[in-house]
Design a protein around this ligand. Structure first.
Ligand SMILES: [Zn+2]
Length: 243
């Protein structure tokens, strides 16, 4: 744990950390497998994310602490190997009790990152499903936070980039190859939605990266290892994924 996080840890009471541990021990398979030291670090990153994020919800639907911990743990998981531990632009998360639609559009959504309002919108049932089924390569929070990382990395100045330029370019090189494979139906690792564009491929591949790491590595090793480099972690090392 670095000095910054040691200091941040002082902001939270023992009770808050215990509550965080209790929720994560039930809901986050990633957390359950971590070593004791990593678990503590993960708690602090989760609590820091909660503190820097505003949660809102549909009227009459309450986002409780447990829900905030579960949602924020996905961000801690994604960024566990990175210096980045919070978002700067997408600090508002809006939770709905069921899939939602936009005005003048009948399509129902479970989640989206709205570039115009700078809000992350997600439906609670889909969030919960993402954590309750740990190996189907579907996790809505990982997916939407993946979008936030790409968008913020693009908009941040050179010094505060989330990803190293070299690592990102290396990832993109392999992702472009994979995108063509998905488009020509020569794909078995990622769900077909990855073929939409590189931004969706990034988020879909992150869901697979965490939930089917071995399968991903066996079948698309170049893309897998470019992702481990980019995120500075390898989820196959369950107790200590940080590289
Ligand atoms: Zn998406």
């Amino acid at each position: 744990m670095n000095i910054k996080h040691k200091l941040i840890a002082l902001l939270f009471t023992k009770k808050t950390k215990l509550e965080c541990d209790k929720v994560l021990s039930v809901y986050s398979p990633y957390y359950q497998n971590l070593s004791k030291v990593n678990k503590y670090n993960f708690q602090i990153r989760t609590l820091l994310f909660i503190r820097t994020t505003t949660f809102n919800s549909t009227q009459g639907f309450v986002v409780n602490n447990k829900m905030k911990i579960i949602i924020s743990s996905a961000f801690a998981q994604l960024t566990f190997g990175l210096k980045t531990d919070t978002l700067k632009v997408f600090n508002n998360i809006f939770i709905t009790p069921q899939p939602y639609s936009y005005k003048n559009n009948a399509a129902l959504f479970d989640g989206d990152v709205n570039l115009h309002t700078k809000k992350i919108n997600m439906s609670w049932p889909a969030i919960e499903r993402g954590f309750k089924i740990p190996d189907d390569a579907l996790n809505l929070c990982i997916h939407e936070f993946g979008h936030c990382l790409i968008f913020e990395n693009t908009s941040r100045s050179y010094l505060s980039k989330i990803f190293k330029k070299k690592d990102f370019n290396n990832w993109r090189k392999h992702a472009e190859v994979k995108l063509e494979k998905v488009k020509s139906n020569d794909n078995k690792v990622l769900r077909d939605y990855a073929g939409t564009n590189l931004v969706e491929l990034f988020s879909v591949s992150l869901e697979t990266f965490f939930e089917q790491a071995e399968y991903f590595e066996e079948n698309e090793p170049l893309l897998y290892f470019s992702t481990t480099k980019l995120l500075k972690q390898d989820p196959r090392n369950k107790t200590n994924p940080i590289l």
